[in-house]
Design a protein around this ligand. Structure first.
Ligand code: TPP
Length: 433
């Protein structure tokens, strides 16, 4: 690190698991080396830190991708050279020597040859790297990364993360997520499902602290967000927990909202409803010649329920018999600072903070997407709707270097599949092309 001209610290989720974030910051600041953090490592190094290039890989920033690709030294800490980071392995970072530190020996050299393999807990490895760099510095080996930073800064300047505003003045999902992050702030915990909304949540919310981003980045399990948010809220009842979920993912585990109501677990959920299995559709667009198959969910038509009505369906709304009772229960729960127990009176507080923000794709025949938000009645001071009301979109057109929301595809009527739906169960319905 002291003799390399273009070094990068490539940080993975292992650094968070090892509790090595303090050490990472020390190492980064001591060496002046650029840092990239993977999807699993968001929060391990503050997003706002000047040495942070962002997330690498196919959903990453231009500077982070370029940084790894052109590096002459990659120091991988608790990361695994996943294909979403490297792309095609044989053309990934061709000039880089690799120092690969991981607690799991099976990871070392699995995808990319390690010139210096280190098996160990990231916390201890980082401490030893700090000691080694300090000794080299003392022996008069200064590092000069001026040219390297000039290139990277130029890219950061020219290609920041961005997105396109919709022409009709409706809100783009990236904007909604960005505002959510600005309003809830760096102390909140954010959880996401799997898909485009997950990528936008990773890109447009600023993660400044460890363990404020929970994500299923390895297996990528749709349905992760709601139960993960519940777990986070139970573990940290005083922290605001937001789940950013997709309309597809949310349907996999939304029944757990009943558990939230029963057990008093006040999570907040933003469903980014783009009317599609957006990420898969995006791949069909980009890699499968726009041959769309089974990705249109059809907002409020066939595969997507009315989420606002769904939010009202479980028992919590009915429990607000009177605002007075509701507010008494709320106070009691808030001062207890823990979830209501099973034997406590009906768990009104849970419902009171379950907050719904629904980004709606255009219903067929309607003029465009709409933003609706629903707050359960009698639930205290509003924190959400005003800042993201339609019309609050920023002026100017941000540049785009990130993925865009897949618009709802046009629909056409096609004969039903042979034998489905069973005869007598209704007319043929429009399906996506
Ligand atoms: C259990 C499971 N099934 C399928 C997939 C494959 N998959 C990844 S993203 C995705 C679409 C997710 O759609 P949605 O929740 O609406 O999110 P969007 O991409 O539209 O934001 C699918 C089907 C998966 N990751 N997990």
């Amino acid at each position: 690190m002291t003799s390399a001209r273009r070094p990068v610290l490539y940080v993975g989720g292992g650094v968070l698991k090892a509790g090595a974030t303090e050490g990472l910051r020390k190492l980064a600041e001591l060496t002046g080396v650029p840092v990239v953090t993977t999807l699993m490592a968001l929060g391990a190094f503050p997003d706002s830190h000047p040495q942070h290039l962002g997330m690498p890989g196919m959903h990453g920033t231009v500077a982070a991708v370029y940084g790894l690709q052109k590096a002459d030294l990659i120091v991988a800490l608790g990361a695994r050279f996943d294909d979403r980071v490297t792309g095609q392995l044989d053309s990934f970072a061709p000039d880089a020597a690799v120092v690969h530190a991981d607690i799991d020996p099976a990871e070392i050299g699995k995808n990319r040859h390690a010139d210096v393999p280190i098996v160990g807990d990231a916390r201890y490895v980082i401490d030893e790297l700090i000691a080694a760099v300090t000794a080299e510095r003392a022996a008069g080996q200064p590092a000069d990364h001026t040219d390297w930073w000039a290139q990277l800064d130029d890219l950061r300047e020219r290609y920041p993360l961005g997105y396109e505003e919709s022409a009709d003045g409706t809100l783009s999902p990236q904007y909604v997520i960005k505002r959510l992050g600005e309003i809830a702030g760096p102390d909140a915990i954010y959880v996401a499902g799997v898909g485009q909304h997950q990528m936008w949540a990773s890109q447009f919310i600023s993660y400044e602290k460890p363990h404020t981003w929970l994500n299923s980045g390895g297996l990528g399990t749709m349905g992760y967000a709601v139960p993960a948010a519940m777990g986070a809220k139970v573990g940290k009842p005083d922290t605001v927990v937001w789940a950013v979920d997709g309309d597809g993912c949310f349907q996999m585990t939304n029944q757990e909202l009943a558990t939230c109501a029963l057990e008093g677990i006040p999570v907040k959920i933003a469903v980014i409803n783009n009317g599609n299995l957006g990420m898969v559709r995006q791949w069909q667009t980009l890699f499968y010649n726009e041959r769309y198959s089974n990705t249109e969910l059809g907002t409020h038509k066939h595969r997507i329920p009315d989420f606002v009505k769904l939010a009202e369906a479980p028992a919590w709304d009915r429990r607000w018999a009177s605002p007075r009772t509701a507010s008494a229960r709320w106070t009691r729960s808030a001062t207890r600072r823990r979830p209501a127990s099973r034997s406590s009176p009906p768990a009104t507080p849970a419902g009171r903070e379950v907050y719904w923000a629904v980004y709606d794709a255009p219903a067929s025949g309607s003029s465009g997407p709409t933003w609706t938000s629903r707050r359960s009645p009698g639930s205290g001071p509003a924190t959400w709707p005003p800042p993201v009301a339609v019309g609050d979109a920023p002026t100017g057109t941000p540049t785009s270097s990130a993925c865009r929301c897949a618009p709802s595809p046009a629909t056409r009527t096609r004969p039903r599949w042979p034998g489905w739906p069973p005869s007598g169960s209704g007319p043929a319905r429009p399906v996506s092309r």
